[in-house]
Design a binder for this molecule. Structure first.
Ligand code: ADP
Ligand code: MG
Length: 665
């Protein structure tokens, strides 16, 4: 229902409500309070510093007004409450001065500062207060106060609006939930502070039920809706291939390979995420899938986010596939036109079995003979559209994502609930824990010394600093400046090279090759080396301006070292008090780090990452309400299976929901 139907709402305030994401009467009704104030006269002597208090008293001094600057003023006066004089400060209410007269009995609500014997008041009430009254407190925006918001919501509640209840009746009965209308009423106007519990539970369950329903439906559409042709793969051939690998697979790698094998040979389309820390060995798992795909007569596309990473995948994968007849090609944006045309032709004629590349794979010119599998590395780097356009190049190709962001269980269900997930937690053997230390800029000499020691051991070093726009470079060091400084510090005796995104393709390749071959000892770089780059002889990483990077990025960067049996060290240059840097120095467990990362970020950002049409919840909190989420997941799955046969024809609400989701995909 349109907001304009609301009594007493002007155009200006309508816009203000819009800015709070309130665009309809329904939105307004679902604008739930985030806390309550209970009007209960309290004894200040029983209260502690910082607490919210409500006291009654007589005005004991004339108010004094102070003006600070435009729009900021204060009223200061004393009240006598239970034989105690208390200082009251009231901001931006200078206009109330004449109402506050000595001897008048008033009620003051605000925050108590024990040391100053002061209450910074948010509210002064002149009438007798209704003891026991509960006021709902809403999220507001400048220009609308809580009183107005309450009035708007009350008016909205009075309108004859349709309340859509998304909880199917069987679950409503099963859990004996409150009726939705009652729940909404009681959350806006609770009888007492504890009475909202039941209402909240019901509304949270409903939110999570709908959310999980959508995710389950997406999963259903992606994997089960149509049958694909099961791939025919002889296990013996697969085992032969695994036998040619230069290392023993870890338990989790084996498990993931088995799960993928089942998906490939099954009727349903694979939609699987391999989730494992940096260096956990996801590539080989992906390659094994590509090999199986090849054995069954189909082609594979592997998309990676950067040219460096694609080129490196190409090198490593070509090596791993050396003993097979599988034909691999590399397609980059910078590939010469003639070469590109050749690749396009071969691909269409089925002469290429595995095509590796950047998003250049999405180009209309790229046509496969029979694409059977799409692998996306570091999938979070691509948008939904990019991933979709690639998979549309085949007839229901299987989908495999590889992600180095280890998602904690709680979040995996919501963010990746529409996929099957294979976790790789065990690391290849022989890897040593990476030592991580924080050094301040003042300790740079120590750092240089440590670097020198490392070089003496014939090891190599990555030095990383953020890429900086000229305009904001003031206190930060750019990559090329950093290289110059290091050259001076080491007297140009150590070969240092420079890598950043602006270099020409040939130059980049040469820099990487020289470093890989050990011709250069230190590689100064921007985060282009973040994903996937693999030079095992590098045992030290020094990150300048480390505070400028996010936790996930720092963890990814650090994963570039510790790739052999030597001791590796990561030096973060920044403040020792920085929370993120501290987390990194404490742990190298990606799952722990991601958990912390999520805690430090707002949940809103998290959901922004997925475009499944859902941003955030009104009442639910994934972490606190995890058990409700689990139940909602099970219930909505059951509900989906029961009703999918007739496509929700008997259930208008859910029929609408699935059509909305369809238009998203
Ligand atoms: P990521 O999961 O970060 O993509 P990679 O697949 O690049 O990791 O693997 C990192 C390195 O570990 C590579 O050099 C790879 O060859 C090696 N590797 C992978 N699996 C194993 C294993 N089971 N044992 C030893 N080394 C392995
Ligand atoms: Mg990788």
């Amino acid at each position: 229902m349109n907001l304009k139907t609301l009594k007493g709402l002007g155009e200006k305030n309508e816009k203000l409500l819009n800015s709070l994401n309130i665009k309809s009467i329904e939105d307004l009704i679902e604008h739930y309070p985030y806390r309550y104030i209970e009007y209960k006269i309290e004894d200040i002597n029983q209260k502690e510093n910082g607490e919210q208090v409500t006291v009654i008293g007589d005005v004991a001094s004339q108010p004094i007004t102070r003006y600070f600057r435009a729009k900021l003023n204060s009223l200061n006066f004393k009240i006598n409450s239970r034989r105690k004089l208390i200082n009251i400060t009231l901001y931006n209410r200078a206009f109330m001065k004449n109402h506050i007269t000595i001897g008048k009995t008033i009620t003051v609500i605000g925050k108590y500062n024990e040391k100053k014997n002061q209450i910074v008041a948010t509210n002064v009430i002149f009438n007798k207060i209704e003891e026991g009254k509960i006021e709902s407190v809403y999220h507001l925006t400048q220009g609308i106060n809580n009183k107005q918001m309450t009035k708007y919501i009350d008016n909205a509640l009075k309108l004859k609006h349709e309340i859509i209840d998304y909880i199917p009746s069987e679950y409503q009965e099963k859990y004996k939930f409150l009726d939705k209308e009652k729940a909404i009423m009681s959350i806006h106007h609770p009888i007492n502070i504890y009475s909202t519990k039941k209402a909240k539970l019901r509304l949270i369950y409903e939110e999570l039920f709908v959310f999980m329903f959508k995710i389950n439906y997406l999963k259903y559409v992606k994997t089960k809706e149509k049958n694909k042709t099961p791939r025919k793969i002889e296990l013996i051939e697969l085992q032969d291939f695994l036998g040619t690998l230069p290392f023993e697979l870890t338990e989790d790698q084996k498990k993931a390979i088995n799960e993928i094998h089942k998906d490939l040979t099954g009727n349903s389309r694979m939609n699987r995420l391999i989730c494992g820390d940096v260096g956990s060995g996801k590539t080989i798992v992906g390659i094994t899938a590509a090999y199986e795909c090849y054995l069954s007569g189909y082609q594979t596309a592997l998309m990676a986010p950067t040219e460096i990473l694609s080129a490196q995948h190409y090198d490593n994968i070509s090596n791993l596939l050396e003993n097979t007849n599988m034909k691999v090609a590399l397609l980059l944006g910078s590939t010469k036109k003639k070469e590109k045309d050749e690749i396009y032709r071969k691909l269409e004629e089925g002469e290429i079995d595995l095509l590796i590349g950047t998003h250049s794979l999405i180009s209309d010119k790229v046509k496969f003979k029979n694409l059977g599998l799409v692998i996306t590395d570091e999938q979070h780097r691509f948008g939904v559209h990019q991933r979709n356009s690639l998979r549309n190049k085949g007839d229901l190709p299987d989908i495999l994502y590889m992600s180095a962001t280890p998602i904690p269980r709680t979040y995996a269900l919501t963010i990746y609930g529409d996929m099957d997930v294979s976790l790789i937690k065990t690391k290849p053997s022989g890897r040593k824990e990476i030592k991580t230390i924080i050094k301040s800029t003042k300790e740079i000499k120590d750092v240089l010394y440590m670097m020198l020691e490392e070089i003496k051991k014939s090891h190599q070093i990555y030095v990383v600093t953020p890429l900086i726009e000229e305009t904001e470079k003031s206190e930060l060091i750019t990559v090329s400046e950093l290289k110059d400084k290091l050259d001076i510090a080491f007297n140009s005796k150590i070969k240092i090279s420079l890598l950043h995104g602006k270099l020409e393709k040939e130059e980049k390749e040469k820099v990487m090759k020289d470093f890989k071959d050990g011709k250069t000892k230190i590689l100064v770089s921007t985060t282009v080396i973040e994903v996937g780059v693999d030079v095992p002889n590098t045992t030290m990483m020094v990150i300048f301006n480390a505070e400028r990077f996010g936790l996930a990025t720092l963890h990814q960067l650090r994963g570039r070292i510790g790739r052999n049996s030597f001791e590796s060290t990561c030096i973060l240059i920044g403040s020792k008090n920085n929370k993120r840097l501290k987390v990194l120095s404490e742990s190298s467990d990606g799952f722990y780090i991601t958990e912390k990362d999520f805690e430090m970020r707002k949940e809103g950002d998290l959901f922004g990452q997925r475009q499944s049409g859902e941003q955030s919840f009104k009442l639910a909190d994934i972490k606190n309400d995890f058990n409700i989420l689990l139940q909602a997941k099970v219930d909505s799955e059951e509900f989906l299976i029961k009703n999918i046969q007739n496509n929700f024809k008997n259930n208008e609400k859910y029929y609408k929901i699935i059509n909305e989701i369809k238009s998203l995909d």
